[in-house]
Ligand binder design. Structure first.
Ligand code: ADP
Ligand code: ASP
Ligand code: MG
Length: 428
């Protein structure tokens, strides 16, 4: 008998019919003799709708209250799912993150899981029942307040429970058949990746492949939790994500011609701030990024221009999550006189494309090929950054889709037309 943690994303439980469909799948897994723990996200785009609602009340809602509001989405889906499973003659009980023992730090809106004490979940399993857990939420011990784990956080709930319960596998059910070489919504002939190492998946997730939340992959790597990403709408085998030593034998044997590139990721959620005409003297950059760091924004790429010899002034541009833009602009504006720069520019019309692949380390010429592909597609590159297994470029947001397709083709990643099916969801 296996212990299985299954996570169903919002797109898999978009309406009452889908909740019943998913319930059938869960009941089957239970009837096949498994112990089953289910993590569920809010229905469809509920979380976005709740955020929109809060925005209509105030542009900067208190973070504690926003967390209470958002956790309501998962409470709706968890209880409906428990009802639907019970209706099928299988006993099921739903639990909030707090009841399930997901303890987090106190950072509202992007809390980190610090402990998992799933006593009630174990009791439920011992009684032969299915346990349903609300994703994306926990409780902080310091104040006993509810917290949320950041967008896409139900993936992290699922992996953390799988680790805490020592589950055999963590299955992530979504609206595509697995992890593809690019987002199936943009590249319909993307290829399904059969297996990815934690490292490759981390890089893809960090670069915007939202099929798995970044923190869930970090957690899985730390606790060595094997993940299976698959569709809740089909019976196809999906993508396995695990440590290198669990790589399937047949893939090990074909390492000779193994792909250099695992995929092309894209991200539209970042913005760019340019600090114009900063005095090019020691300490300028240090002071700018001190101020930015205090806002809590995570900086991604940084570019500093060559300073004009005649003026001794330079421009510094950096990218950051778009949602951190307003607070960061305000913080920099407050120190304009002290830093002596001329002005600030805010640009939320950028897109980031990242080419990811462990084989890149040992293959020269990857950047040249990437830049040639973008040139041939007539796409201008605004910023570039690299790591050992990744190259990222910033383009205009409205040419990002074309850029992804051009690069996907240039690296020979295209598969058969229509291989990458999108079963549901709005892609929001
Ligand atoms: P869920 O509601 O199940 O949590 P998400 O919307 O968070 O689903 O994630 C699934 C979506 O991730 C897919 O519909 C797809 O558009 C997007 N996606 C982005 N990059 C990839 C990729 N490389 N492979 C598969 N899906 C991807
Ligand atoms: N409902 C949350 C979100 O939309 C968590 C999740 O779906 O994983 O981000
Ligand atoms: Mg998700």
């Amino acid at each position: 008998m296996a212990l299985v943690v299954q996570k169903y994303g919002g797109s898999s439980v978009g309406d009452a019919r889908s909740v019943k469909r998913v319930a059938k799948r869960i009941a089957e897994a239970k009837r096949a003799g498994n112990d089953v723990v289910v993590v569920v996200s809010a229905m469809g785009d509920t979380t976005d709708e709740l955020l929109d609602l809060a925005q209509q009340i105030t542009p900067l809602p208190p973070k504690r209250e926003l967390d209470i509001l958002l956790t309501a989405g998962e409470r709706i889906s968890m209880s409906l799912l428990a009802m639907a499973i019970t209706n099928l003659g299988v006993k099921a009980k739903s639990y909030t993150g707090q009841q399930a023992g997901l303890i987090t730090d106190a950072v509202h809106g992007r809390a980190r899981i610090v402990d998992v004490v799933p006593h009630r979940i174990r009791e439920t399993l011992n009684k032969g029942q299915v346990a349903i857990v609300a994703g994306f939420q926990g409780v902080t011990q310091s104040t006993n307040d509810v917290t949320t784990l950041g967008r896409g956080g139900s993936d992290t709930t699922a992996v953390a429970l799988a680790a805490g319960l020592d589950a055999d596998v963590c299955e992530i059910y979504t609206d595509v058949d697995g992890v593809f070489t690019a987002d199936p919504r943009i590249v319909p002939n993307a290829r399904k990746i059969e297996w990815a190492s934690y490292e490759e998946m981390l890089e893809l997730a960090a670069c915007g492949a939202k099929v798995l939340a970044l923190r869930s992959v970090e957690y899985a790597r730390r606790y060595n939790v094997p993940i299976h990403v698959r569709s809740s709408f089909s019976a196809h085998d999906g993508t396995r994500v695990s440590s290198e030593d669990m790589k399937p034998q047949k893939l090990k044997e074909s390492t000779m011609e193994a792909a250099i590139i695992s995929g092309v990721a894209h991200d539209r959620s970042e913005s760019k701030i340019t600090v114009v005409d900063v005095p090019d003297v020691p300490g300028s950059a240090s002071r700018i990024f001190e101020v930015v760091a205090r806002t809590g924004a995570n900086i991604d790429m940084i570019v500093q221009n060559v300073s004009a010899a005649s003026t001794g002034l330079t421009d510094i541009s950096f990218t950051l999550p778009g949602s951190d833009g307003p607070a960061t602009m305000a913080a920099l504006t407050a120190v304009q006189a002290e830093l002596g720069f001329d002005s600030l520019q805010f640009d939320d019309q950028i897109g980031k494309l990242s080419l990811v692949g462990a084989g890149m380390k040992s293959h020269p010429g990857v950047s040249a090929r990437l830049f040639a592909a973008l040139r041939d597609a007539g796409i201008n590159i605004e910023m570039i950054s690299t790591s050992e297994i990744r190259i990222s470029v910033v383009t205009r947001a409205d040419s990002l889709d074309d850029a992804v397709r051009a690069v996907h083709t240039a690296f020979g990643l295209d598969g058969a037309d229509g291989e990458a099916v999108v079963y549901a969801g709005t892609g929001r």
